[in-house]
Design a protein. Structure first.
Length: 255
């Protein structure tokens, strides 16, 4: 009988983690590398050199790439770079994301389009490219990063909410199509995590207090809190899990 812990090993796997220059993506990339994967670390505005260097310094294997996922050809540019360097992708983590905060009536169409391109269209494009690479081999893992706003409406972030609601439904749609081909597609919905995207909320004394009062764990999530969920959904331990959205939120959704 196979040791249960061995199911979480990612030896000889190639993982692409978009948006892994810092924050949640860097924590996910590090976890996958610690489990044995060779990791393609992506930065949107700059290469994810620091993440890749830290992984390599710790004895892991990582390469840094840069592509602008707000551009319509950004996903293809990124994927082609990774294929040229690493030959294949076994695991895709669609983590890159952006947010635009404004009253709904004041959101410019260009800001709406940019958020949807980064948060929803580029993940779909990367998933298509990854599936085409995975299907001939009969196995693969795709993990999307959703949000609590995949379930709730939020305030002053209409494009972000629309994109994250879309990513949850996209996860289910792709899971339905690709499960028979050996590809599991799942999503993680992080709660309130201490990252650059939430700096304004953390600095707002009233909102920070309100958020902490709602979280049963009574703290903001830290990037490493996402590592276990990402490793599970990227490994053979989740081979019979597909189309699910796993909340990692300190209990927020159960409140």
């Amino acid at each position: 009988m196979q040791n249960a812990l061995d199911l979480f090993r990612l030896d000889n796997k190639v993982a692409l983690v978009s948006g892994s220059a810092s924050g949640l993506g860097a924590a996910i990339a590090t976890a996958l590398a610690q489990a044995g994967a060779t990791v393609a670390c992506h930065g949107n505005r700059r290469p994810a050199d620091d993440t890749a260097a830290a992984i390599n310094a710790a004895g892991g294997k990582a390469h840094a790439f840069q592509a602008d996922l707000s551009a319509t050809d950004g996903a293809e540019h990124l994927f082609n770079q990774v294929l040229a360097s690493l030959s294949r992708v076994d695991i895709l983590i669609n983590n890159a994301g952006t947010i635009h905060r404004a009253a709904a009536e004041e959101v410019a169409l260009e800001d709406w389009d940019r958020v949807l391109q980064v948060n929803l269209t580029s993940p779909f494009q990367l998933s298509q490219l990854a599936a085409r690479n995975m299907i001939p081999r009969g196995h693969g893992k795709i993990v999307n990063i959703a949000s609590l706003l995949s379930f709730q409406g939020g305030i002053r972030v209409p494009a972000y909410s629309a994109s994250k609601g879309g990513i949850a439904q996209l996860t289910k749609a792709l899971a339905n199509e690709w499960a028979p081909k050996g590809i599991q597609v799942n999503a993680i919905a992080p709660g309130y995590f201490a990252t650059t995207n939430t700096e304004a909320l953390q600095a707002d004394e009233t909102r920070n207090r309100q958020i902490l009062e709602r979280i049963p764990a009574a703290r903001w999530g830290q990037p490493q809190d996402l590592a276990g969920a990402a490793l599970f959904l990227s490994s053979a331990a989740s081979d019979y899990v597909t189309g699910t959205i796993l909340t990692v939120d300190g209990g927020w959704m159960g409140r």
